[in-house]
Design a protein around this ligand. Structure first.
Ligand code: WT7
Length: 631
């Protein structure tokens, strides 16, 4: 298997990818199975935006992730599944078996009316059937839209409605630690306002009692019995949609990020092999939930395209105790481990006693993703997990970028704690100031943009091309704008400094402040709210909500509890506010815009830097909020 082996080779490949990107990516594309080769490698215009990779090429991604491997590694484990409960049997699914299961489930989808181009919502726990369902959609050319199982009914309704899904694939429930998550009943509630859905396929996982709606709901295990194991792969255009994945934006409505077939395939495969320096036979473990892009790209598609063994873990890091990650690494001899800073910090806080019982000697490479990793966590990870013997790849990327953009290549790039280091081949980063002027040279800090398309780039936001244009391509002409602040140090190393827009990174999850406010406002007594982030030791950022209640309630503790319950019910437990302050008014400009900058300073307890409040409609509210701040 070809990959970059030295830093000199990285520099050569990088330069080549900038000087002749089309030739560079065509070479990567040659390694795949095509039903028909492309006519042209790239056609693009960032102003529209219009981005077409491998124009008129025809293929199916599952032929590349599955069929292509069967002759050589058909008996190798494709998915290694570790259950929530360590006493339950782990599952090993070979490439042959996975291929068969995907073909069978693809036939189930067809039998239930699904066809090419249909959108199918997947709302499942972390079980192999989640990957099978995604690949089965891809097999028949249906577009999957996976919704994270930690989102609750309103978030699910919004996502199903936005892309008009015709089908939902779910399970009775899911196990997470000591909890049973009632997925099917959330689906039932969501579907009360989703007229586009006419079929629900239900996997049995927990065995809890659920209500099956006649004519709409069918059981996975019944349907799978009556289908053949033969399902030819649908012919897809290189630019046909592979999936939609919703991500939070600065309005309350999540954006359906669209990824297409060929570019996403080539980019996830390339970045997987090179960043992690994957060797044949390695066991790779990405701890992210498949409901996020990390799970799509580096738990499912990237590893399977590369013919790797990918470990999927159903549970949580602290069940049955905080040594679970390390016990799973020893049990399955994991070679490459990829997790989030927030997980590292929370395990670090629980102490080394949970780490020392384990050998961890199978590990070769460690990865980090989702938010900046602070130096302290980086060193803890390096010393106690990697035993100073495993390179750490701090991988910077986004839902919209499809795959890793800026990252060390494991063992090849000299790392610096806190730095994502250098751009991967094909990625041309630029830093700009607020006016959009490019900041040349080293030792500069600005906003991170990319000036040339790479195969994994977002194509559009589903059903609203204008929104994609405004969010990513309008801010700085000719550039894709990431929404992140970034520094390039004196040696040209990149360090991401965090979001510059109204989204928050809470435990690595991207949440829109407006979306959380909408959920809070569902509480009957709340008339208005404003949410900002504040630095949090474990989560990176915590959620601070300022709320206005429409009448005086003297049971504030109850009110706060109810607000947390409301957010959990409408949006999901990941969006629960950490701090709630009841206020009489919010700092607004004369035009009615909430000055979040001021609230942010208050939440950060940076009271001396609040700045000018004279443009506010009522500057006095600031003093009242300051006086009641929760610190
Ligand atoms: C945002 C994207 C990357 C896939 C999972 C998250 C932040 C991500 C890093 C990193 C610093 C990072 C950025 C980015 N981020 N990785 N290694 N160092 N920041 O995808 O939910 O779309 O979030 O996560 O702020 O814009 P996402």
């Amino acid at each position: 298997m070809k990959r970059i082996n030295t830093f000199e080779q990285y520099e050569r490949e990088y330069n080549r990818s900038v000087l002749a990107p089309e030739e560079f990516w065509a070479e990567q594309a040659e390694q795949f199975t095509w039903k028909k080769k492309w006519d042209k490698v790239l056609d693009w215009n960032f102003d529209e935006p219009q981005i077409n990779w491998f124009v008129n090429g025809k293929l199916n991604i599952t032929e590349n992730a599955l069929d292509r491997h069967l002759a050589s590694i058909g008996n190798q484990t494709a998915i290694l599944w570790e259950p929530n409960n360590p006493n339950e049997q782990a599952r090993e699914i070979s490439y042959n078996e996975l291929h068969l299961e995907v073909c069978k489930f693809a036939n189930v989808l067809k039998n239930n009316g699904a066809k090419k181009g249909d959108r199918i919502c997947i709302y499942l726990p972390m079980v192999p059937e989640l990957a099978i369902a995604m690949l089965a959609c891809a097999r028949i050319g249906a577009v999957h839209s996976v919704v994270f199982g930690g989102f609750s009914f309103k978030s699910l309704t919004d996502r199903i409605t936005d892309s008009e899904c015709s089908m939902v694939i779910t399970s009775d429930g899911g196990f997470r630690g000591t909890k049973d998550i009632p997925l099917k009943s959330v689906v039932d509630e969501a579907l009360e306002s989703c007229p586009s859905v006419n079929k629900v396929v239900v996997l049995q996982r927990t065995g809890e009692h659920i209500v099956m709606q006649p004519n709409r709901d069918v059981w996975w295990h019944d349907e799978i019995k009556i289908v053949s194991g033969d399902c030819p792969a649908e012919t897809m255009d290189a630019e046909d949609i592979l999936f939609i994945l919703y991500t939070s934006g600065s309005t309350g409505k999540p954006k359906g990020v669209v990824h297409t077939t060929a570019g996403y395939m080539i980019y996830t495969d390339y970045t997987f092999r090179n960043v992690f320096q994957y060797n044949e036979g390695d066991v790779f473990w990405c701890t992210a939930d498949v409901g996020w892009i990390t799970g799509h790209s580096y738990l499912v598609y990237g590893p399977l395209l590369a013919g790797a063994t990918t470990l999927m873990f159903e549970g949580i890091p602290t069940y049955p105790d905080a040594g679970r990650f390390w016990s799973v690494i020893d049990k399955h001899k994991v070679n490459i481990f990829y997790t989030a800073p927030t997980a590292i910090r929370s395990l670090q806080a629980l102490g080394l006693a949970f780490v020392t019982p384990y050998k961890l000697d199978s590990l070769r490479v460690l990865g980090s993703v989702g938010e900046p990793i602070n130096e302290e966590a980086w060193h803890w990870y390096d010393e106690n997990i990697g035993k100073k013997n495993c390179p750490i790849v701090d991988t910077y990327w986004q839902t919209e970028t499809g795959g890793i953009m800026i990252s060390p290549l494991a063992g090849i790039t000299k790392t610096k704690p806190g730095y994502a280091t250098f751009p991967l081949p094909g990625i041309q980063p630029v830093l700009v100031d607020e006016k959009g002027n490019e900041l040349q040279g080293n030792d500069v800090e600005g906003r991170l943009c990319i000036k040339f398309p790479w195969p994994g780039i977002i194509r559009t936001t589903y059903g609203n091309h204008q929104r994609a244009k405004e969010t990513y391509f309008n801010h700085y002409k000719g550039y894709y704008f990431t929404g992140d602040g970034c520094k390039r140090d004196h040696e040209g190393y990149y360090r991401i400094t965090g979001r510059v827009d109204d989204v928050l990174k809470v435990s690595g999850h991207l949440l829109g402040t407006a979306e959380i406010e909408n959920a809070i406002n569902e509480h009957k007594d709340i008339v208005e709210s404003a949410v900002v982030g504040f630095p949090h030791d474990i989560k990176g950022y915590g959620i601070y909500a300022f709320v206005i209640c429409d009448h005086e309630r003297n049971d504030t503790d109850n009110l706060k509890k109810e607000i947390v319950e409301t957010v959990t019910k409408f949006m999901g437990p990941i969006a629960k506010p950490d701090k709630i302050q009841i206020v009489k008014g919010l700092p607004k400009t004369r035009s009615g815009k909430i000055m979040r900058r001021i609230l942010r300073k208050i939440a950060e307890n940076d009271l001396s830097n609040i700045g000018d409040t004279s443009t506010l409609l009522d500057p006095a509210v600031v003093d009242e909020i300051k006086a009641g701040a929760i610190i």
